[in-house]
Design a protein around this ligand. Structure first.
Ligand SMILES: [Zn+2]
Ligand SMILES: [Zn+2]
Length: 222
């Protein structure tokens, strides 16, 4: 079964088992969005090859947020490709915890992944220099420093863990603040996009903004 799904002429979904990464062609090589669980770098690279690209052309690595299933292999991907890394300021503590602290305190318990240095701190409303129609939308709730990406020219939202679409649209598991997550979902649903892709689950292929609004308007939904 293929691990790759082409979403638009420049965007591919890479299925890493329980989590998705995304690959985008830009004005400056490839942008990888999220880097799976720890130990998945090779799996990511083989999906990149399957999409018709070369892993060494990954010049940029953006983390939607710092959870272990999205940033777990970021350090290895960064080491093997030399990619510039991007994340929101609020996630930095989780992503970049000093290596010595990681080795001494955390790794034995296995609850933390290898830290990675972040080169570029993302701002809400920022347009990416390497793909100037792509807007960063700060999307707190699931976690405080999550960002999602609006690909204006494609009408696609890369939604991270804003919500999931595994067995239909639902809240992501382990939200820090579910009422803030809902507020953010309804705010993001006002942007213009027809399709949405998620860290967990299948793409939503038409009227995606409208369907997010309909689904999460009910305050009793949990
Ligand atoms: Zn998450
Ligand atoms: Zn996740």
């Amino acid at each position: 079964m293929s691990n790759v799904l082409q979403i638009s002429p420049r965007l591919w979904q890479l299925k890493m088992g329980m989590v998705n990464s995304f690959l985008l062609t830009t004005d400056d090589g490839l942008l990888l969005i999220d880097a799976g669980w720890p130990g998945q770098a090779e799996k990511i690279f083989s999906a990149v090859r399957e999409s018709g690209h070369t892993p060494r052309d990954i010049r940029h690595l953006l983390l939607t947020h710092g959870h272990i299933d999205h940033a777990g292999s970021a350090a290895e991907v960064q080491r093997r490709t030399g990619a510039q890394t991007y994340a929101h300021a609020i996630e930095l503590e989780l992503i970049t915890i000093p290596a010595i602290v990681y080795r001494l305190l955390i790794k034995p318990g296995g609850t933390k992944y290898e830290p990675v240095t972040i080169d570029h701190v993302l701002q809400n409303g920022e347009l990416l220099a390497i793909a100037s129609d792509i807007e960063i939308i700060h999307s707190p709730g699931h976690c405080a420093g999550q960002v999602v990406l609006l690909l204006r020219n494609d009408g696609v939202l890369i939604a991270g863990d804003l919500c999931s679409n595994i067995m239909g649209l639902s809240y992501s598991v382990l939200n820090e603040d579910i009422s803030l997550a809902r507020e953010t979902l309804l705010r993001v649903a006002k942007y213009p996009f027809d399709r949405a892709v998620f860290g967990h689950g299948k793409p939503l292929n038409n009227r995606a903004n409208q369907r997010l609004k309909e689904r999460f308007s009910d305050p009793k939904l949990r």
